[in-house]
Design a protein around this ligand. Structure first.
Ligand code: SF4
Ligand code: FES
Length: 384
C-alpha cells in the first residue's frame, strides 16, 4: 500500500498503524538454474519443472511493486541470476524505481563486458560466493572445475568498475580449517565485507548434514579466528558471521524475524517469508502472479502465520528475548521437533536442544559421508 492508497481509501490511522511496517529487503530468486552443485544449497530439493519462471515483464512488475511497498533493497539471486539473459532489463527497472540493487552470484558465467554493462545500468553492489581458497577443494565442494580462478578474476573486475564487493562463504567441515585464509582472500581481492555463514540445515544442507557439520572445537576455533580478525581489520573488512545453531545457546532471528524484514520470491512467483517454508504444514503461499505484493505482505496467511509473538508457546511466550530472536527458526523447529510452533532447538530452553547438539557432536566425529550434490535433474553422489 502506498501513501496515496492510504489517502484515497477510507482507512483510519489506527488501521494503518496496526499494519506491519514495510519490509527492508526482497530476495528475488530469478531462477533455480545454476552451473554449480553445492551440497548446502538453499533451493528446494524438488524443483517442479512445470513451474515456469516469471517473465521479464513479471519481474519488472515485482520491482515496481516492491518500490511502492517501501522496500529499500533488492537482492538479485538464484540459483545463478546471471543465467537469466534478461537480468539487465530486470535490473534496469529496479534502478529506475530507486531500489538499492545487490547481485548475489557465483561469478562463473560472468564476462567483464557483462559486468561492466550491469555497472553502467546502475548496479550498486556485488556479493560473490567462494567455496574455499584451495582450488581443488573449491572444485570438489561445488562439483565445478576451475571456479576459484574465475572468482578471483570477477573480484578484480568488480573493483576495477568501482563497485563494492562482499565475499560470501558458507562454512562447514570441508573448509572451516581455512577460515583465516578465506579472510585473507577477501582482503587480498578487495572485498570490503565478508559473510562467514556457518551452514543452516534445511533443504540440501539438511540432506548433507553429516557431511557438512564441523566439530564443536572447529566451530569455536573458527569463531575465535573471525573475532580476532574483526578487531585487526577494523576499517578494512566488515564481518557478518552467522553462527552454527547446533553449538549455540540461543537462536538467531531467522530471516530477521518472520514477516518483519524480508520477502523471498521464488522463480515462479511464490511469495514467501522464508525460502524453506513450503514444508510447514498448513501454510498457504500466495503468488505474485495472482495477488498484489502489498496485499500478500500485509494479509497473506503465510506471512501472518508466525509474525509477531502471539503464535508462541512457552518458554518463548514469556521469554525476555522473544522480541530479539522472534523465537528463532520455524523450519528448524519443525524439522527437529515436528512442530513449527515449538521453540527453536538452537535455544537451550528447548527440550530438544540437548539431543540437537549431541547429534551434531556425534555426526561431526564420524567420517564424512559422500556429498549428495544439488542437481535439478536429481541428486548426484561423489565419494571421497
Ligand atoms: Fe528465544 Fe524462545 Fe529461547 Fe527465549 S525461549 S531465547 S524467545 S527461542
Ligand atoms: Fe525458515 Fe528459518 S529457515 S524460518
Amino acid at each position: 500500500m502506498t501513501i496515496s492508497d492510504i489517502a484515497s481509501k477510507d482507512t483510519s490511522i489506527e488501521e494503518v498503524c496496526e499494519r506491519p511496517r514495510a519490509p527492508i529487503g526482497l530476495l528475488a530468486e530469478l531462477t533455480y538454474r545454476c552451473p554449480l552443485q553445492c551440497p548446502y544449497c538453499s533451493n528446494p530439493l524438488e524443483i517442479n519443472r512445470s513451474d515456469k519462471e516469471l517473465s521479464t515483464s513479471e519481474w519488472q512488475n515485482v520491482m515496481r511493486q516492491a518500490a511502492d511497498l517501501g522496500i529499500l533493497q533488492i537482492h538479485l539471486s538464484g540459483g545463478e541470476p546471471c543465467v537469466r539473459q534478461d537480468l539487465e532489463q530486470i535490473l534496469g527497472t529496479a534502478v529506475d524505481v530507486g531500489l538499492y540493487t545487490n547481485l548475489i552470484t557465483s561469478g562463473v558465467t560472468l564476462t567483464r563486458e557483462r559486468l561492466e554493462g550491469l555497472a553502467k545500468i546502475g548496479l550498486d553492489h556485488v556479493q560473490l560466493s567462494i567455496q574455499d581458497v584451495e582450488p581443488e577443494n573449491a572444485d570438489f565442494i561445488s562439483n565445478y572445475k576451475g571456479g576459484l580462478e574465475k572468482k578471483r578474476e570477477v573480484a578484480r573486475w568488480v573493483k576495477e568498475l568501482g563497485l563494492p564487493l562482499t565475499l560470501n562463504v558458507v562454512v562447514h567441515r570441508h573448509n572451516i580449517e581455512n577460515t583465516s585464509a578465506m579472510i585473507d582472500f577477501a582482503v587480498g581481492n578487495g572485498a570490503g565485507r565478508i559473510e562467514l555463514a556457518h551452514v543452516q540445515y534445511y533443504a540440501w544442507a539438511l540432506k548433507n548434514r553429516a557431511a557438512l557439520i564441523p566439530t564443536r572445537e572447529q566451530f569455536y576455533r573458527s569463531v575465535k579466528i573471525s573475532n580476532e580478525a574483526k578487531e585487526r581489520l577494523k576499517g578494512v573488512l566488515v564481518f557478518d558471521v552467522v553462527a552454527h545453531d547446533q553449538y549455540a545457546m540461543r537462536p538467531k532471528p531467522c530471516m530477521g524475524g518472520w514477516g518483519r524484514n524480508l520477502i523471498d520470491i521464488s522463480p515462479s512467483g511464490k511469495v514467501m517469508p522464508c525460502q524453506a517454508c513450503e514444508s510447514i504444514p498448513g501454510i498457504e503461499i500466495d503468488n505474485v502472479r495472482v495477488k498484489a505484493l502489498s496485499d500478500i505482505w500485509v494479509n497473506g496467511q503465510a506471512f501472518n502465520m508466525f509474525r509477531g509473538t502471539s503464535w508462541m508457546k512457552e518458554p518463548c511466550r514469556s521469554c525476555e528475548r522473544r522480541e530479539i530472536d522472534w523465537g528463532g527458526c520455524r523450519c528448524q523447529a519443525l524439522s527437529v521437533s515436528g512442530d513449527a510452533n515449538a521453540t527453536d532447538p538452537a535455544c537451550q530452553l528447548s527440550p530438544f536442544h540437548e539431543e540437537f547438539a549431541a547429534t551434531a557432536g556425534r555426526e561431526s566425529q564420524e567420517p564424512s559421508p559422500p556429498f549428495i550434490y544439488r542437481r535439478m535433474g536429481g541428486p548426484a553422489q561423489h565419494q571421497f
